[in-house]
Design a protein around this ligand. Structure first.
Ligand code: ZN
Length: 602
């Protein structure tokens, strides 16, 4: 079984090297607290999504899980079903460990570990009660002992099968094992030694490293992977998740980073559908028409199609028809003979000739003039081009890919586009979805662009704050992927080195943070989350320049922004421990918490 090395931050690693930690070291007031964890949840009913930080969540009935579980047992048999659910739980636990590690890289290891059972409780699975845990990451020692109260899995198991002789908290045990294994960087196996499904009042679980159980094979075979479901991704071959589904840098695996050329990135259903079409059409000679709004990545898809086509070793030539003046487009496409017009002092080939035996990508094809459309049609039909000012027909073997961000049929109806050319191009249309319709890809894209710009600008940026993630997940992205890319690059440049990118590093140009969202308040009730825009920016809009009598308000805003900046710095310096930051500032915890919250930081 492959194991993932722990990816602890240096600070946490040093802390863990200095001492082993135990349940006695849990600091209830230190991050991540139950409230910190609850705040990673946000409900976005407008677009049908629930998020835990950047992971999409589902709210479904426990009884629905019960039905699924029953069906699995009926169709696979108890052992297979148990094995499958244990591994599914394992992957979920490992994901949660990854979330905690990413969001609170500097928290005390005892608190970071304790976040696992807290998340398990937050997700409504079970109510863990710590009896004892102790671990030493450097030495690889681990021991944990918990009571589990009111396990949802037991409820469902007992409703279906009554009291039996075997423990039944399979997915939960998988979860605890996955969390602890990802946290420790070695396989930790939990065993349920008492279970409500066996008549006990509460379940009890004990966890140890696999090599410290006397009879690990009793549990081990439930963890052993069969074929793990491949993650749908772009076109990179060979990238895969580790067999346990443990978090082996999931973003990087799905991205195929390190490939020479950039490639489309995503896991969403609509993205996968477009990838499927490209894979179908690539081996043929068919003309492909990409449609979709600006910034959805049409050229990237076209390049990818070329790269996986039989013409991959031949040139890929792209031309943006909208970027070239109408008077020059013909000579650009078809070439020019010397003396054809003033300034044409040498003969030169056009893009068609340069793409010979390769692929020609015509972006924004709808912006071609009617005359140019006619010449393009002739080139496509006769497979020859004639240079401007020339008389010779030059044979070209070119596969044409075209793209348009307007509906060509509409353009035909409006008399702006030739119908015969439209039919010639529209052999195999592929519609690329706007980013707001593939929100599930936003986290992958964020991570991808972050890595790209951190490398390009040589900055040290650990990631995004929870608020920034939620703002990006809620944003509408009128400029699509290109806009997300710009926002992330701006964030990488704006942020102080070593700090995570926050909302005000991303959004500065008055982008609207629309989309209402709901989060959990301290009492666990759903409540409206305020717009994520930074408070100073919101105030600045209210006191727009030129508004009479607002000068003093603007000054006050600047003062407030500077003050907020001071609080934020102390808070970051205290590793997001509000109490510690408050002490450093000479404020009470409540005062600082209030002010950070008012500033939209907490
Ligand atoms: Zn149980």
């Amino acid at each position: 079984m492959k194991q993932t090395p722990p990816r602890l931050s240096l600070a946490a690693l040093q802390a863990s090297l200095l001492q082993s930690r135990s349940s006695a070291d849990i600091d209830e007031g230190a991050a991540p607290t139950q409230r910190d964890l609850a705040e990673t949840l946000s409900f976005s009913p407008g677009d049908g999504r629930i998020w835990m930080n950047d992971q999409r969540m589902l709210l479904w009935r426990s009884s629905t899980y019960g039905s699924l579980r029953r069906e699995l047992i009926a169709s696979l048999g108890q052992e297979q079903a148990r094995s499958l659910l244990t591994r599914v739980g394992y992957a979920a636990g490992a994901r949660d460990a990854e979330l905690v590690r990413r969001m609170w890289p500097d928290s005390d290891p005892a608190n970071a570990f304790h976040a696992g059972p807290s998340l398990h409780r937050l997700e409504g699975m079970v109510r863990p009660e710590t009896i004892r845990f102790e671990f030493d990451i450097a030495r690889g020692d681990f021991f944990a002992d918990y009571w589990w109260h009111d396990s949802s899995e037991d409820d469902e198991h007992m409703a279906a099968f009554g009291i039996g002789t075997e423990p039944a908290c399979w997915m939960q045990v998988g979860y605890a094992s996955g969390y602890a294994s990802a946290f420790m960087g070695k396989l930790i196996i939990y065993r349920e030694t008492a279970c409500r499904s066996m008549g006990a009042e509460a379940c009890r679980i004990t966890g140890r490293p696999a090599d410290q159980w006397e009879d690990p094979e009793l549990d081990l075979h439930y963890f052993l992977p069969e074929a793990s479901a491949p993650r749908v991704r772009g076109f990179s071959a060979g990238a895969s998740l580790s067999s346990t589904g443990a978090p082996k840098a999931p973003a990087a695996a799905a991205l195929g980073l390190g490939a020479d050329a950039p490639e489309p990135i995503g896991i969403s259903a609509s993205f996968s559908a477009a990838c499927h079409l490209i894979q179908r059409v690539a081996p043929t000679q068919a003309t492909v028409l990409f449609t979709g709004a600006s910034g959805v990545g049409k050229e990237l898809f076209a390049q990818t199609l070329h790269r996986i086509s039989p013409r991959a070793q031949r040139p890929f030539v792209a031309i943006n028809c909208a970027a070239i003046p109408e008077t020059l487009i013909e000579s650009e496409l078809f070439g020019v003979e010397r003396g054809a017009f003033t300034g044409a002092t040498v003969s030169r080939p056009g893009r068609f000739e340069r793409a010979h035996e390769g692929t020609l990508f015509l972006d924004e094809v709808a912006s071609l003039s009617y005359v140019a459309q006619g010449k393009l049609l002739r080139a496509l039909q006769e497979r020859t081009v004639e240079r401007v000012g020339g008389t010779r027909a030059i044979a070209v073997n070119v596969r044409v890919l075209a793209a348009s961000n307007v509906d060509l049929r509409e353009e035909v109806r409006a008399g702006r586009f030739r119908e015969d050319l439209m039919f010639r191009l529209n052999v195999f249309p592929i519609a690329l979805p706007p980013l707001k319709e593939r929100r599930d890809d936003i986290p992958l894209l964020m991570e991808h662009f972050l890595q790209r710009y951190v490398a390009l600008h040589q900055r040290e940026v650990p990631g995004f704050t929870a608020r920034a993630v939620q703002a990006l997940l809620r944003y509408d992205f009128p400029g699509n992927i290109r806009e997300l890319q710009n926002l992330v690059e701006r964030g990488v440049i704006m942020v102080e080195p070593g700090e995570p990118i926050d909302v005000h590093h991303l959004f500065r140009g008055g982008e609207l943070l629309s989309h209402e969202a709901l989060g959990l308040d301290e009492s666990g009730q759903l409540t409206q989350v305020p717009p994520t825009g930074p408070e100073p920016a919101r105030r600045a809009r209210r006191s727009a320049p030129g508004a009479p009598g607002k000068a003093s308000a603007a000054d006050a805003d600047r003062g407030a922004a500077a003050e907020l900046q001071r609080y934020r710095k102390a808070w970051v310096a205290a590793r997001h421990n509000v109490a510690e930051a408050a002490r450093a500032l000479g404020l009470s915890r409540a005062q600082l918490a209030y002010r950070l919250k008012r500033g939209g930081l907490l």
